[in-house]
Design a protein around this ligand. Sequence first.
Ligand code: NAD
Ligand code: WQD
Length: 340
Amino acid sequence: MASVLLTGGAGYIGSHTALAFLEQGIDVVVADNFCNSQPEAIRRVERLAQKEIKVYEADVCDRAAMRRIFEENPTIDAVVHFAGLKAVGESVKIPLEYYRNNIDSALVVCEMTEAFGVHKIVFSSSATVYGASTEVPLTEDSTTGCTSPYGWTKYMIEQILRDYANANKQLEATLLRYFNPVGAHPSGMIGEDPKGIPNNLMPYVCQVAVGRLAKLNVYGNDYPTSDGTGVRDYIHVVDLAQGHVAAYLKSKVGVNVYNLGTGRGSSVLEVIHAFEEAAGVKIPYEITARRPGDVAICYADPKRANEELGWRAQYDLRDMCRDGYNWQRKNPNGYLDAQN
Ligand code: NAD
Ligand code: WQD
């Protein structure tokens, strides 16, 4: 039986995707160095799926370690490549670490697939490759260009995969451009567990909701949007996970790019209000200055994924808030709670 190698499979999106594959009866192997995740996430996926997962603690940049994984698992017929560093602000401060980790790991994935005759790669790209593009909704053909070293790593890896596919006519490379993944599995057993103070809106709101943080700073209310706050396309992580299964099942030769978003934009204030309603808690907030580098509006045109992958987001903003809150309430300190 075929199996799928998930690099970074213990992370936020990887763990939800591991569960989605297992629920479809597709086996997974995980390679993660746990630089931004906990082994506990995998144990919980195993409990939810009632299946064991073969996990390797390995750096994807380490060729020898990756070679061993392919040698020991000849059933691997695809790689979903999540492994990477992902904090935009941090990437500005330590760009070389971002380029080294993200580009090297992608190159090793390409080299190993070539060496072992594996032809399917699904890559975690990002809406960040649309840079400061102002045309919304964003289609896969919208202008690209990046505003951070993190973004450039995604852009460069997309190009690496295009060049690899050009030279290897059997390659099936799927580039998934995620919009803003949020929420958690409805069980509340797996979810997002950022280190330190969260940079992103939804985990920040969740931590305010459980009293771990005092109040939310809303970065600017003078954008040209309905209420002045920034608009984004939030997508439930379970929907996103399903998008990977669809991409694997519908994979085809060449390079295929898909936006994974809902097609709906929500402002920061809309998120706060939806959260307050779904969770039944008050979110204290204060309007502060704009965050440098933020665009006013960003949302997807997900038509291509809808039509070609037969995939469509099912959950709405209220579901995302409810499930994000449920996870945070059950695990106020993330996976650390399991170790106490
Ligand atoms: P995450 O940090 O939770 O998961 C990434 C995983 O990769 C972690 O478990 C980390 O330990 C692992 N990892 C990092 N470098 C590694 C290496 N060299 N070798 C082995 N493991 C390594 O992040 P996530 O939110 O699950 O994101 C997954 C992917 O999706 C990333 O590539 C990210 O850039 C991309 N992405 C995320 C978002 C988002 O908002 N979460 C949006 C767009 C794209
Ligand atoms: C959303 C909105 C903020 C925090 C980032 C990456 C992107 C992708 C997804 C990886 C914006 C506002 C936020 C806060 C706020 N990741 N906000 N107070 O910036 O759209 O996207 O994650 O590929 O590349 O850049 O997401 O959640 O940080 O912000 O008011 O404390 O919430 O200004 O309007 P962003 P975000």
